[in-house]
Design a protein around this ligand. Structure first.
Ligand code: ZN
Length: 322
């Protein structure tokens, strides 16, 4: 299969994970990591629970990490087919400031290490999700959030990438390279890095690291685990083109689903990691102004009729305000 037939996705669009208590999630991602809550909505498949979106000031594609807070779900179990670490791009030279901030807020972190030539600070969020800050040039348009508790020169710039173990590397490699247009960037400490065209440095914003663990058992989704990685497609035509290539590769993609702020297609890559193709637009300002992003509960039109009931069962987030 020839990857050049269909233009590759443009890099990461968003990463969605499962969290515990939504107030604790908000306190960490907004008040410690300094990201803007750009959308407060509900899980469209489970509308009695929140879906919270954190990003840069305007919600640019590639800056957005989103959560389904399910306080009563069990913890995720690491294992093959489940992302084990989410990487975020921070400006060159900012990790010292981040280490000081983590110490101030009691964030569990490991020493700064170097990966593929880039300084990396691994840490965990309050619900056991593993992340890392990686110093690199910003891979996507970024707008600083003036009201952030983190100074603009240190703010998180983008999603950087993700790392996942898979039972067999070869089928994932063939699919990534042959169908989605990734190329193999290199191998380090048993991690194979795959990058889409357009990444900065060692693939910022455009990378997936895979490690073969042939004896590994399947991981399970739960609190603290990544649910899926979404890659950007330009528009509906681009999405259809990539979707057809995925289908031709036997990966059984979903139909196109209207997520209101973008359109989505889901499928599993051969190693079991759930992927999404998300259109770049229309974006988060389609239903509220830039100034008001994240302030009120936004429901897709087909759930507006249930607003009163939904608002009565969702916990208030207000008490999370520092
Ligand atoms: Zn998604």
């Amino acid at each position: 299969m020839n990857a050049t037939r269909t233009p590759a996705p443009r890099g990461l669009h968003h990463i969605t994970a499962i969290a515990g208590d939504p107030r604790e999630n908000l306190r960490f991602y907004r008040d410690v990591l300094g990201m803007r809550l750009v959308k407060k909505s509900v899980n469209q498949d489970d509308p009695d629970t929140y879906h919270l979106f954190y990003a840069d000031d305007v919600g640019n594609p590639g800056t957005d990490i989103t959560f389904f807070p399910w306080p009563h779900a069990k913890p995720g179990r690491p294992g093959v087919g489940v992302v084990e670490e989410t990487l975020l791009t921070v400006p060159l030279g900012s990790l010292d400031a981040w280490q000081a901030r983590f110490a101030e807020f009691g964030v569990g972190s490991n020493p700064v290490t170097e990966r593929f030539g880039e300084r990396t600070l691994p840490f965990s969020d309050p619900h056991g999700m593993r992340l890392a800050l990686v110093e690199a040039e910003a891979p996507f348009p970024f707008t600083a959030w003036d009201a952030s508790p983190v100074r603009s020169e240190h703010q998180i710039r983008a999603l950087h990438g993700a790392r996942a173990p898979v039972r067999e590397l070869a089928p994932s490699r063939e699919f990534l390279e042959g169908t989605l247009g990734f190329r193999h960037h290199g191998e380090e400490a048993h991690w194979h890095r795959f990058v889409l065209p357009g990444g900065k440095g060692a693939g910022a914003g455009h990378l997936l690291d895979l490690r073969e663990d042939s004896d590994g058992r399947r991981g399970e989704w739960g609190v603290g685990s990544v649910h899926h990685l979404a890659w950007t497609v330009d528009d509906a035509d681009h999405q259809v083109g990539v979707r057809e290539a995925v289908e031709a590769a036997g990966r059984r993609p979903s139909d196109v689903i209207d997520r209101f702020w973008f359109e989505s297609v889901y499928f599993m890559e051969p190693g079991g990691v759930l992927f999404e193709l998300a259109t770049a637009g229309p974006g988060f300002t389609v239903d509220e102004s830039h100034e008001a992003l994240g302030e009120r509960l936004i429901l897709p039109p087909w759930l507006e009729g249930s607003r009163e009931r939904i608002e009565s069962v969702l916990p208030s987030l207000d008490e999370a305000t520092a």
